[in-house]
Design a protein around this ligand. Sequence first.
Ligand SMILES: Cc1cc2nc3c(=O)[nH]c(=O)nc-3n(C[C@H](O)[C@H](O)[C@H](O)COP(=O)(O)OP(=O)(O)OC[C@H]3O[C@@H](n4cnc5c(N)ncnc54)[C@H](O)[C@@H]3O)c2cc1C
Length: 544
Amino acid sequence: MSKVAHYLQEHLQGEVMTSTDARRYFATDGSIFQVAPALIAYPRVENDVRKTCRFSWQLAERGRIIPITARGSGTDRTGAALGSGIMLVFPAHMNRILEIDTKNNTVTVEPGINYAKLQQTLHTHGQFLPPYPASLEYSTIGGAIANNVSGEKSLKYGDTLDYVKGLRVVLANGEVIETRRLTKKELSKKMGLATFEGEIYRSVDTLLEEQHDLVAQLSRNVTHNNAGYNLLDIKHKDGSFDLTPLIAGSQGTLGIITEAVLKTEVHNPQVTLVLAKFDSLEHTQAAVMELKDLSDPPSAIELINDGVLQEIHDLNPNQINDIIQPPFPLATLLIEFDSGERAVKKVLKKLNKILENYALDFEVSDDPERQQQFWKLRQSTSALIGHNEGSARAVPLIDDAAVPADRLREYLEGSTHILTTNNLPAAVWGHAGDGNLHMQPRLNVGQVGDRQKAFRLLEEYQRLVLRLGGTISSSAGDGRLKTPYLEAMYGPEQYGLFVKVKQIFDPYGTLNPGVKFGTSLDDLKAMIRPEYDLAHLYDHLPRS
Ligand SMILES: Cc1cc2nc3c(=O)[nH]c(=O)nc-3n(C[C@H](O)[C@H](O)[C@H](O)COP(=O)(O)OP(=O)(O)OC[C@H]3O[C@@H](n4cnc5c(N)ncnc54)[C@H](O)[C@@H]3O)c2cc1C
């Protein structure tokens, strides 16, 4: 590898590192897995990315595969930000806001910019990016686009893809393309190109035409689905064509993003927040379904179950007892409206009726201080994640799937059952309106017994999600963790479409291999870390 490192050192403007320390650092991300990269490069300009890809492509043509993994802040919880070859780390240098267009409400950025930093800048312009993840303080926009992330406000505002107008992408061979919605005429021009780009447009178009019916069957009855590749939103009825939906959410397996133009929304910090308690999961689900149907629907419907509240209470009762006391309700919902006072007034009558029908009790608040107290319930889940018991840590393992919202009750009951039958506390929370739940059981993955338990939980959980007609990957992507279940979710024919897409974009398999394809359960077992912690998220970056 030292020859490769020397070549890159000579040809890139950014730094290249091969030290054991740096390789060890980048061997982990937010997941329970580890894979050490051979070397780390910090691209300074797009040309660094092009040169790296071209170099790797040329080696691949001669039969030597050196994988490339793009990396933002490495907060991914599925092992998507790991790789055994070249790790291209973006936050060090390619981290700028290139343009804020206040007329058209767009912002152009490099991928390595910290999400929270961008959000703060947008706030000063009265704008924001609505699908922000809970990890925005630590993560990048590049990671958010590559994972097509969604968050608490995605119920109303959609996922990241809904805000990506266009991308600059370095292809596996080092060519650069710009994706955006093309007219029929522009598409035929692209298809006429004698370049790799032309070949990609021709092949993807042919695939969509020839497999039209199979592609249509990829649709799932969930609000956010990041399992596999998004083939549904490329070609439109009017003949327009956009590769952006394929790249966003592809986790660096089809190309490397070097620039993005994003649409922003007006930010209204004044919201109305409702805290509603339920003693029946059936009633919780019924309320969620009716709330989603309101003429001005909530911007968020977040759920915390009794298991979360009990655990928090056991850890530190003072944390929540000014808002809620035992015995805890089976489910608590936080329902947020952000359309302004007048709009909320209009739905308030209907809202009251829904909650009077289904909730034990509820409180509506326009007071920011009281709202802060309500949010503390949801935020308390980070205390659960951060709490260690001996060597046992809260691990991201059975997480981030989603089911149709009308199967939320079954999802909650099934998840609780899996946790309790494995002698684990049944603490479950999530985006109820999106049928998306989170749980992070505390396990010591370094210990054989707990490792076996982890894989038992994983199997039982994925079976539950698939039985309920859900998706294995909702707000972020498949990474390595979900890869063994991708074919089971779609069946061999639909899965075959994803394999073809990967072959079109990455014929030598140099772009983030092992993510979305080629990772079995046995591979996962071999990759598991001896110890899990998230202590390291933001160092090891040379300063620009
Ligand atoms: C506590 C916690 C809370 C979280 N909450 C959420 C949440 O609410 N919603 C959610 O969706 N996720 C969440 N996540 C997961 C993760 O933080 C997000 O998906 C985040 O957006 C990833 O950004 P990152 O910069 O860390 O990307 P990384 O982890 O570095 O990378 C993620 C993926 O993007 C690819 N990638 C990165 N940069 C590029 C690029 N320039 N070109 C091509 N591919 C690239 C990587 O190869 C990898 O496949 C959470 C994680 C933690 C630890």
